[in-house]
Design a binder for this molecule. Structure first.
Ligand code: SF4
Ligand code: SF4
Length: 295
């Protein structure tokens, strides 16, 4: 089972939930930080890093001596990453999405594959039992999804991780990286807080993820702040609230010291452990529904 822990906005406790879930998980599990712009799951799980590698994507390199300025490449590129101005060919590697289309259409073979560094993929083990994978985007690089794909490709190469359940710490928000992070999941667990901002961004996230037709559930963090809109919305949208994490100063203290909440506060251990069977049940029900629809 792959669970994506997501949130409409940062600071709701998404990483707290992802780290605690991984900590209490009752089967082999891999924790994956796909918040590649600002990874911080490692600060809590403190994994032993076994390996790192640079991730890169293919971008075109032009040999202008072969170019006839026919514009086929520029007309094809949807991202304006290659252009022809009279008898000048310009490439903009930072805008390239690496689709390879321009290389395929160039009749003169004036373009060849080069590479642009995206960032780093690292992997290891936390507490001797939790697989760990993380991507960290290069400073100045804007494109997260290709690096996220490099992280998931690394997981696929690991026999242990491929056999394990996976918990993804997704980037906050509703942009491309957030969607890309939840795409491989069987189920999306949305973490929010009962505040007007929390509710607003939760609703945006729900609307953004809904077309993916994956089961969604919610965890309310800092429960007891008084705002009830999130509860009404979940009821009307049929989003089960699986747990409420109390508004407790000790949780903030554990977080600020880089401690896993489920480990630091034993009374919350059962709260996170209690999520596991409910997540499995939701994923199972969705799989049955899917199978029935396609029978
Ligand atoms: S590889 Fe694709 S995105 Fe990049 S410049 Fe060529 S056509 Fe554009
Ligand atoms: S398709 Fe090839 S020949 Fe035509 S403008 Fe692009 S690089 Fe030059």
């Amino acid at each position: 089972m792959i669970v994506a822990v997501a949130s409409g906005k940062g600071g709701t406790g998404k990483t707290t939930v992802a780290a605690s879930l991984a900590w209490v998980w009752d089967r082999p599990v891999a924790a994956v930080d796909l918040d590649v712009e600002e990874p911080n799951l490692h600060l809590f799980l403190k994994p032993d890093i076994a390996g790192r590698e640079t991730a890169a994507m293919e971008v075109p390199v032009a040999d202008e001596s072969k170019c006839t300025y026919c514009r086929a490449c520029a007309d094809l590129c949807q991202f304006k990453a290659i252009t022809v101005l009279g008898s000048v060919l310009l490439t903009f590697p930072e805008m390239c999405h690496g689709c390879g289309g321009c290389l395929a259409v160039c009749p003169e073979k004036a373009l060849s594959p080069g590479s642009r560094e995206l960032g780093e993929v690292s992997w290891g083990t936390a507490d001797g039992r939790i697989g760990f994978f993380m991507g960290r985007l290069r400073v100045g690089e804007a494109m997260s999804p290709p690096l996220m794909r490099a992280v998931t490709a690394k997981i696929a190469q690991s026999a242990d991780a491929a056999a394990a359940d996976i918990i993804i710490d997704a980037p906050p928000g509703t942009s491309c990286p957030a969607i890309a992070a939840v795409l491989p999941s069987d189920l999306i667990l949305l973490v929010t807080e009962p505040t007007p901002f929390g509710f607003h961004d939760f609703r945006l996230a729900h609307e953004a993820f809904r077309p993916l037709q994956k089961p969604m559930a919610a965890v309310i963090n800092r429960a007891g702040l008084g705002e009830r809109s999130i509860y009404d919305y979940c009821r009307s949208a049929d989003i089960p609230i699986l747990a409420e994490i109390p508004f407790d100063r000790r949780i903030a203290e554990a977080y600020s010291h880089g401690r896993i909440v489920a480990a630091a506060l034993p009374e919350l251990n059962s709260l996170f452990a209690g999520l596991i069977p409910r997540l499995r049940e939701l994923a199972r029900a969705a799989a049955v529904r899917e199978a029935t629809l396609h029978a």
